[in-house]
Design a protein around this ligand. Structure first.
Ligand code: SF4
Ligand code: SF4
Length: 378
């Protein structure tokens, strides 16, 4: 993950990751990233530009950076992605990103009024204006919808909004904002998060041909394949790193700007082992061992892996007191998917053994198996 700046022109109510006056990464730092990674590992690498708001770095930054990374690391298989609110997307910038075929993730919390109440006045229009520019340049945009303690009560309106506008989305539960005096104000309660996931699973099944909810795909994939496919549900330590504006290396973008989580700096070209030996690296590893012990009896451990280490250990200043507090939600949705999957499997076996049993009603809602089929075929 490359974090060109922690600055952001918006001021979303529940933001926990932007910082006013944050510098912009220099091209010298990008060159050091390339030198560092040349001998770091041979695996394929995906560079995700994140922020703050990464487009604040401007078109020249991306023109030069994308060329440096592509040329300098041509021996590796590299891919790009970028997470932005789209406000700063100009036709020039869109063309640069389109030249590298970069998929964009953006953020919308639902209908305009609700979105602007949570994010900031005028947010919706600015993001939609950027979305039009992105579409004009053939860029693919998928949205993240943050559900807060407030917006969860409007879940139906929110889903209808994405459905009516034909937008693919993924949900994020609002996290406690560690930089705020009242960190829990917007945070989504884990129980409610679990209920929300089950609700979204049902809405997805009802509207499978019209909508795509990426988290639900990821969760079904976990249960079906027995392994996690997104960072929350794998051991992300050692495979994910984030480089902040000044070249500091962190375990992930969520830690950027927290000095106690710096693992090294790109200008020193640290090895994987050097990073693992840093205090932050050791803590991340201890979390992994903690999960092995603590979640041992959980039937979902293989594909949950204790959830997100940031959620678990950042709020306690690195003290490992528990797994990801969203455990309740993960268990709820993994249990639900597993139960439905087993019931459908068992049911279909039963049908084979009892062919005279009546067929399911024509208007019956598709089940988990239909969704898994869709995920596999896509
Ligand atoms: S710390 Fe959390 S958000 Fe960051 S890579 Fe790991 S699981 Fe993902
Ligand atoms: S659901 Fe909870 S107990 Fe099970 S592996 Fe995930 S975090 Fe651990």
């Amino acid at each position: 993950m490359i974090i060109p700046t922690l600055g952001c022109p918006s001021s979303c109510s529940y933001c926990w990751s932007s910082e006013e006056g944050s510098p912009i990464m220099t091209i010298e730092t990008v060159k050091e990233v390339v030198e560092w990674l040349k001998n770091f590992r041979d695996d394929p690498v995906t560079f995700t530009f994140h922020g703050g708001e990464p487009l604040l770095a401007g078109a020249d930054f991306y023109r030069e950076t994308l060329s440096l990374l592509t040329e300098g690391l041509r021996h590796q298989k590299i891919a790009f992605a970028l997470q932005t609110n789209l406000w700063k997307l100009t036709p020039e910038l869109a063309q640069v990103l389109a030249d590298y075929n970069i998929p964009l993730g953006s953020s919308l919390d639902g209908p305009q009024e609700l979105n602007d109440l949570q994010r900031s006045e005028g947010y919706y229009e600015k993001t939609m204006a950027g979305y039009e520019i992105a579409k004009d340049h053939g860029l693919s945009v998928q949205f993240i919808c943050t559900f807060t303690s407030y917006s969860v009560d409007f879940k139906e309106d929110i889903v209808n909004f994405f459905l009516e506008n034909g937008l693919t989305f993924k949900l994020h539960p609002a996290l406690p904002s560690l930089r705020d005096e009242n960190p829990e104000k917007w945070a989504l309660d884990p129980e409610k998060y679990g209920e929300l996931l089950v609700y979204l699973l049902d809405k997805y099944l009802e509207n499978m041909n019209e909508i795509e909810i990426r988290n639900i795909n990821d969760l079904c994939r976990c249960v079906f394949t027995g392994r996690g496919t997104v960072c929350t549900y794998v051991d992300c330590m050692e495979d994910t790193f984030a480089v902040g504006p000044d070249g500091s290396i962190y375990p992930c973008y969520r830690f950027v700007g927290m000095p106690e989580w710096i693992m090294g700096n790109v200008r020193d070209h640290p090895s994987q082992d050097d990073l693992a030996q840093s205090e932050a690296g050791k803590l991340m590893h201890q979390f992994k061992e903690y999960v092995d012990r603590e979640c041992k009896g959980c039937k979902h451990i293989r594909y949950c892996r204790g959830g997100c280490p940031y959620n678990a250990i950042a709020p306690t200043s690195g003290e490992i007191k528990g797994v990801d507090p969203h455990c309740v939600a993960y268990k709820r949705i993994f249990d639900e998917i597993t139960d439905r999957f087993n019931k459908e499997m068992f049911g279909s076996l039963g049908m084979e053994m009892a062919p005279l049993q009546s067929e399911p009603a024509e208007d019956a809602k598709p089940g988990i198996m239909a969704l898994i089929q869709k995920i596999i075929s896509s």
